[in-house]
Each structure stands twice: as structure tokens, then as C-alpha cells.
Design a protein around this ligand. Structure first.
Ligand code: FMN
Length: 336
């Protein structure tokens, strides 16, 4: 049975172990969304500690999909230089580099984007009590959003990233489409789960079609909204199955329409969701959330409950987390 330190091959991409730096916004981009030296160093440092995969923080794919003024962008060719430096720094340290591509939907601000916020329906985001009421995405605008994800993926590949991750969690645009709380549409993108997940599948198909054949595409999928009336695990399992059929080669399980940080929850709070999704997809499954204790992260992999483990805040607080975990687990293996 593999453990946290076992290599893993994901669609031809070999990871030296199953420790992942999950996407974590660093708040250090320029006002144009460009990469700064501080962002390169933030990711390089954690790659150097030994993790197998670094998934770079969410990058907006379209100017109207921007979340914050300090978020990085992959919306224009002007972003390419900085992204190239970033991918190269991560890869030179021996980790695989993946870029998370995202549209924030109603989790932005109209002042920032200079236009009304977009969302599946004109419903205030339940995770943003002070948030603005967005405009419902007109059906005719969907192709522009889909294309923006494809353009972003092409840029990520041109910049040298090994993989891209489509962000479909944490109540951003794709999460908003999947959630019955924020999607009240009565067209082909609303209603039953097969309609609410349509945009996910269109975005995935576009990204796959636009990248070189065989390029790994991951999806970070919110498995549960953790809100009454919200998305539940059954619908997430169905969606994960269709995403895997559509060519997603890794499902990165997270959750929470208003965030993923498991306030008040115990260790490994999304592991049961990952385990449920792993039972229905033939591709590797990653889980993140309260797994900052190396022995626990290792156990999750050894027990076959997930294939990779993301370590967020613990790695934020200690850039050497991966190196220490590797040393600790290697010593324990030798002793035992
Ligand atoms: C400062 C910070 C920024 C984050 N930014 C992102 C992001 O850009 N994309 C994303 O999918 N998740 C983001 N997350 C969520 C983390 O990837 C992770 O899922 C969450 O922190 C739970 O894992 P942990 O308990 O190991 O911290 C962020 C979390 C933190 C703490």
C-alpha cells in the first residue's frame, strides 16, 4: 500500500511524493495581477522543502472573474513572463507545478472589476452577507467564460506549468453553478445536477481540447456546501464521476460554499468526502483540510482514503513542513 512518501504518476506526470502545497492566495500580486518576486519565493520555498506538487494560488481567467486586487491573473499574455518565472522556480526545486485557474463569480466586487458581478442567478452569495447582488450570466455569455478558461490553460502551459487545476470549490463561479443555493436558473444550466454541472463539463472539455494531448487537468471540487439547502455529497459524487469521464485526471476534494477552513471541525474534516468520491472515480483523489499532522496525513494515504494530501495552513506557517514530515516519516519507517 502506498504512503505519503510514495511517488505517484498522474497521467504521465511523476510526483516524487504525495505531499501537496494546495492553492493558497498570497495577496502579493501587482495591481495588474502580475507575479512579484515575493510570490515566486513563497512557492519556491515550499517546493524546496520537498513536496511533490505545488498548486499555485487561484489565478483569475477573465477580468470580470477577479476576486481581489492582490490576486494573480492568467487573463492576459502580459501575465506570461511572471508565470514563467514562477513555474520554473517550482520545477527547479523538484516539485511539479500546477496553476489553479478560477472565475470568482459573485465573490468579487463590482468596484474592482468595473462591471456588475456575474453569477448563475441574481442571488446574493450566502457566504458574503454584505455582498452585492450579482447579475445572472446570460446564456449567450457562457461561451466567453468557457473560452476564458481555455485561454488561461493555454497560457499556463506556455508558461511551463506541468498541469492546470480548474477551481470548482469554495463558492466561486463553478461552485455557484453547482449549488442549489446560488443557482436558480431554469435554462440548461440550472435545475437537476446534470444541468448545474454542465458548465463544469464544458469548461473541462474546452481546457482539454486546447491543451497539448495528455496534459494533466485537475479539478478542485467542492464536495459539500456545508449549508442547509446546499450541495450535498451525492451530487458531488455524480459530478466527480462525469469529470473523470470527461478527462479530469485528478479530483482535488474540498468543500464549503463559504470557505474550506473547517472552522470548529476536527482533523481531516474532508477525508470522508474524499473517500466517498474515491469510491466512484478511477483517478487519483486529493484531500486537504486539517491534515497538518504528518502521521495523520500519512495514515490517510496508507488507509487508501485519498491518494494525495494537501497541507495548507501548516505549510503556510512552516515553509519547511514537507522536509520535516519526510524526515519524520523516513525515520519511523527505518525504525519500524
Ligand atoms: C490564506 C489562504 C489562502 C487560500 N487560497 C486558496 C486558493 O487560492 N484556492 C483554493 O482553492 N483554496 C485556497 N485556500 C484553501 C486551502 O487550499 C485549503 O483548502 C484550506 O486552507 C484548508 O486546508 P488546511 O486545513 O490544511 O489549511 C486558501 C487557504 C488559506 C489559509
Amino acid at each position: 500500500m502506498p504512503d505519503l512518501l510514495s511517488p505517484l504518476s498522474v497521467q504521465g506526470l511523476t510526483l516524487r511524493n504525495r505531499i501537496v502545497m494546495p492553492p493558497m492566495w498570497s495577496g502579493q500580486a501587482t495591481p495588474d495581477g502580475l507575479i512579484t518576486p515575493a510570490i515566486v519565493e513563497y512557492h519556491r520555498r515550499r517546493a524546496a522543502s520537498g513536496c511533490g506538487l505545488v498548486i499555485v494560488e487561484h489565478a483569475f481567467v477573465h477580468p470580470r472573474g477577479r476576486h481581489s486586487s492582490t490576486q494573480i491573473g492568467v487573463h492576459a499574455d502580459a501575465a506570461l513572463d511572471g508565470l514563467t518565472r514562477l513555474a520554473s522556480a517550482i520545477r527547479q526545486e523538484g516539485a511539479a507545478a500546477c496553476l489553479q485557474i478560477s472565475h470568482a463569480g459573485s465573490r468579487g466586487s463590482s468596484r474592482l472589476i468595473g462591471a456588475p458581478l456575474l453569477a448563475p442567478s441574481a442571488v446574493r452569495h450566502p457566504g458574503e452577507p454584505e455582498g452585492e447582488i450579482p447579475e445572472a450570466v446570460p446564456e449567450a455569455m457562457v461561451p466567453e467564460i468557457v473560452r476564458a478558461f481555455g485561454d488561461a490553460a493555454v497560457r499556463a502551459q506556455a508558461a511551463g506549468f506541468d498541469a492546470v487545476e480548474i477551481h470548482a470549490a469554495h463558492g466561486f463561479l463553478l461552485g455557484q453553478f453547482l449549488s442549489p443555493l446560488t443557482n436558480r436558473r431554469d435554462d440548461q444550466y440550472g435545475g437537476a445536477v446534470e444541468h448545474r454541472a454542465r458548465l463544469h463539463l464544458e469548461v473541462l472539455a474546452e481546457v482539454r481540447a486546447r491543451l497539448a494531448p495528455g496534459t494533466p487537468v485537475f479539478v478542485r471540487l467542492g464536495a459539500h456546501d456545508e449549508m442547509p439547502g446546499g450541495l450535498e455529497l451525492d451530487d458531488a459524487c455524480w459530478t466527480a464521476g462525469r469529470l473523470a469521464e470527461g478527462g479530469a485526471c485528478l479530483i482535488d476534494v474540498s468543500g464549503g460554499l463559504q470557505g474550506s477552513r473547517g472552522v470548529g471541525k476536527g482533523p481531516g474534516y474532508f477525508v470522508p468526502y474524499a473517500q466517498a468520491i474515491k469510491a466512484v472515480v478511477p483517478v487519483p483523489v486529493m484531500v486537504t483540510g486539517g491534515l497538518g499532522e504528518a502521521d495523520l496525513a500519512d495514515r490517510v494515504v496508507r488507509e487508501g482514503r485519498a491518494d494525495l494530501v494537501g497541507v495548507g495552513r501548516a505549510m503556510l506557517n512552516d515553509p519547511d513542513w514537507a522536509g520535516k514530515a519526510i524526515a519524520r516519516l523516513s525515520t519511523a519507517r527505518r525504525a519500524g
